[in-house]
Design a protein around this ligand. Structure first.
Ligand code: GDP
Length: 390
């Protein structure tokens, strides 16, 4: 699949930047365009791989913003992005959309620009283009406090509504024990990039063909559910020396059956490991409607038997007959990786938690506001209201 990526806000821009870097390093061919959209010029200036010409500073003429951001206010974020959508439209008119299979709108949902702006952009893309619009939304960590959870809980339903599928990444689940808030972002952005690139590039026609090669339409079908998704991932290194001597042995057909069964075990084991490891969003796997398994790596490592047994295992875990599986050949890779997308999950404790934190925050915010209003009123008027203001 080829995509046009739009990173909205600080997190959206940084994750887009990392995906673009990963693409350049891995030689994969996913993004036809990566555009960073922000209301804060300083955030755009920090990006490293997205070219200057693809960084859009919106809201420069808005009196409240003037290029300095929206101060974590999603309502202002939404307004400003809406006002300046024509600038994004102009940037997209330079992109060869005929060569793009989907849009991916990326944002952290705890702030203002991404939280308010990403659903507006996704909605606009939906109205303008026929290609599906996917989202990648990052939930804030609990440690960030109530306001980010409140912003995220408000953005979440709008972003889900505006996209064909919202892939969710939970900062809370990915925070390392020793991480300060924001301390592990480079690491987590890299992890996100790996998963998204491996999943969405599956099915891109390369020179290598494989018996069970994934088809891009399978990826599209799995994501065409509405709702939200979580991604599972595991990888294992390849020892190139045994790899080459094994190919040599295989040529003489010695130990062939044993080799096949080892490979099959390795592939099915890797898929189990992926699903049992930390998901981008912790979910009850059983609640997935559709799933897709991608095995990416050198074709010599692929195993039809292994893939089939992994597929059956995921069917059992998800209680669903809609599990697709395929290989994504990458001849020069030095790892084999398994990506599983669990699409349209409905049992997600983390979202319930987020909403309950958001409700508390909403109560606090309105209580603080009314207390403050009362205090100001008391301060600026005399005790018995005897002085009449001019
Ligand atoms: P915005 O620019 O107003 O959209 O706000 P930010 O993107 O700065 O922050 C929104 C949320 O994104 C924060 O509450 C964090 O949870 C998250 N966040 C910010 N930067 C990163 C990042 O680099 N990686 C990840 N995973 N999350 C981030």
């Amino acid at each position: 699949m080829k995509i046009a990526l739009i990173g909205v806000g600080n997190a959206g821009g940084k994750i887009g930047d990392e995906l673009f870097r990963y693409q350049l390093e891995s030689g994969r061919d996913l993004c036809r365009a990566v555009i960073a959209v922000n209301t804060a010029g300083t955030d755009l200036a920090k990006l490293e791989t997205i070219p200057d010409s693809d960084r859009l500073l919106l809201g420069q003429t808005n009196g409240q913003v003037k290029g300095h951001g929206v101060g974590a206010d999603p309502d202002l974020g939404a307004t400003v992005i809406e006002e300046d959508l024509h600038e994004l439209e102009r940037a997209l008119s330079e992109v060869p959309i005929y060569d793009v299979d989907a849009f991916l709108v990326v944002a952290g949902l705890g702030g203002g620009t991404g939280s308010g702006g990403a659903p507006v952009i996704a909605e606009n893309l939906n109205e303008t283009y026929e290609e599906p619009v996917y989202g990648l939304g990052v939930l804030p960590s609990n440690e960030e406090g109530g306001r980010p959870s409140y912003n995220a809980a408000r953005s979440f339903p709008s972003f889900v509504q505006a996209t064909e599928n919202l892939i969710v990444f939970d900062n809370d689940a990915w925070r390392g024990n020793a991480d300060s808030i924001g301390g592990g972002y480079d690491r987590t952005n890299r992890e996100m990039a790996k998963r998204i690139e491996t999943l969405l590039t599956a099915g891109n026609v390369g020179e290598e063909v494989s018996e069970n090669a994934m088809d891009a339409s399978d990826v599209r079908r799995t994501l065409a559910t509405g709702g939200i998704s979580s991604i599972a991932y595991a990888e294992t290194g390849i020892d190139r020396s045994t790899f080459e001597s094994r190919s040599f042995l295989n040529r003489f057909r010695t130990n062939g059956a044993r080799e096949d069964s080892d490979k099959a075990k390795k592939i099915s084991g890797l898929v189990r490991q992926a699903v049992q490891s930390r998901l981008t969003l912790p979910v009850n796997v059983e609640s997935a409607e559709r799933s897709l398994i991608v095995i990416a790596g050198p074709p010599e490592e692929f195993s039809r038997k292994g893939l089939e047994s992994a597929r059956r295992w995921v069917e059992e875990q998800t209680n669903s007959m809609e599990v697709l599986a395929g290989d994504a050949p990458m001849p020069s890779a030095d790892t084999v990786s398994a990506v599983v997308i669990l699409s349209n999950v409905t049992d997600v404790q983390r979202v319930d938690e987020l909403q309950s934190t958001a409700l508390d925050a909403q109560d606090n915010i309105s209580k603080q506001k009314s207390d403050r209003d009362a205090e100001i009123e008391e301060l600026i008027t005399d005790d018995n209201d005897e002085i009449s203001p001019v």
